[in-house]
Write a protein that binds this ligand. Structure first.
Ligand SMILES: Nc1ncnc2c1ncn2[C@@H]1O[C@H](COP(=O)(O)OP(=O)(O)O)[C@@H](O)[C@H]1O
Ligand SMILES: [Mg+2]
Length: 250
């Protein structure tokens, strides 16, 4: 199993890139893919062109409310497993699971721990796991136990954006060390990244994997509500995704 997690500030293009990565894997590899929407504002499924059934958060909530209401003969674990399995969106090209709302202030640790175990076991059935993250990084470690092979931090091409990416990278390092490789991706680049941006990247100690161009075709796709499966090598942004995915030699 190879896990790729996409993170970064809101609006930098995380969901778009996660969807394009999934599209690339589907087009270039014959391996199985699990797409994980870890943003509570669930929308990866829209870009992938599939409907969502249920979220892990909703399942946890239901479990919390009906602890004594588990169908006869089932343990809590079996019940959760069953619910997660039936919330999985299965498509010919990938499966998708949506995390939904994060847990509230009252810790429901028992279910959370069970969920983590179940999700971990689920991920192991796939050759690729691609995670679209929420802007904050903390719950990435709370909600998953998987090792992340590639963490891609997305930023706009501005020094401020790159500094924010550097902070995300540092927070993650403090929180946890399960990330094997970490790269910066600049998105919506017009012309070349500026000198100031190159300096900021160096200051932040980040490694630039790719500069993805501003792509009007993506905007049109978004505006028309079309899924990323309509993206082709004619899309400059998709060509850039192909370029870095080749470089990663997955
Ligand atoms: N390279 C790009 N060129 C043009 N538009 C882009 C590009 N990347 C993302 N966008 C657009 O930016 C907006 C935000 O992208 P999104 O993937 O939803 O960001 P995030 O998930 O980080 O909040 C969307 O309208 C998307 O179509
Ligand atoms: Mg998003």
């Amino acid at each position: 199993m190879k896990t790729i997690a996409v993170s970064g500030k809101g609006g930098t293009g995380k969901t778009t890139l996660a969807a394009l990565i999934i599209h690339w894997i589907k087009e270039n590899r014959t391996q199985s893919i699990l797409a994980v929407d870890a943003d509570s504002n669930v929308n990866l499924n829209d870009l992938l062109g599939v409907p969502i059934k249920d979220t892990v958060g909703a399942i946890r909530e239901e479990m919390r409310k009906s602890v004594n209401n588990i169908p006869g003969g089932m343990t809590k674990q079996q019940f959760l497993e069953y619910k997660i399995q039936s919330s999985l969106v299965e498509s010919p090209d990938f499966d998708l699971i949506a995390m939904g709302r994060p847990e509230g202030p009252g810790c429901y640790c028992y279910a959370n721990n069970l969920l983590r175990e179940i999700l971990q076991a689920l991920g192991e059935n796939y050759e690729f796991v691609v995670i679209d993250n929420e802007a904050g990084m903390e719950h990435l470690s709370r909600r998953t136990t998987q090792t992340i092979d590639y963490l891609l931090i997305v930023s706009d091409p501005s020094p401020r954006g790159v500094h924010a990416a550097g902070r995300i990278s540092n927070i993650l390092e403090e929180l946890d060390t399960r990330v094997k490789k970490k790269y910066l991706i600049l998105n919506r680049v017009q012309n070349q990244p500026s000198e100031a941006v190159s300096c900021a990247i160096e200051e932040a100690g980040l490694t630039l994997l790719e500069a993805i161009p501003e792509d009007p075709a993506l905007l049109t796709m978004d505006r028309n509500g079309n899924p990323v499966s309509s993206a082709s090598e004619e899309f400059p942004a998709y060509r850039a995704v192909s370029h870095f995915m080749d470089k990663l030699k997955l």
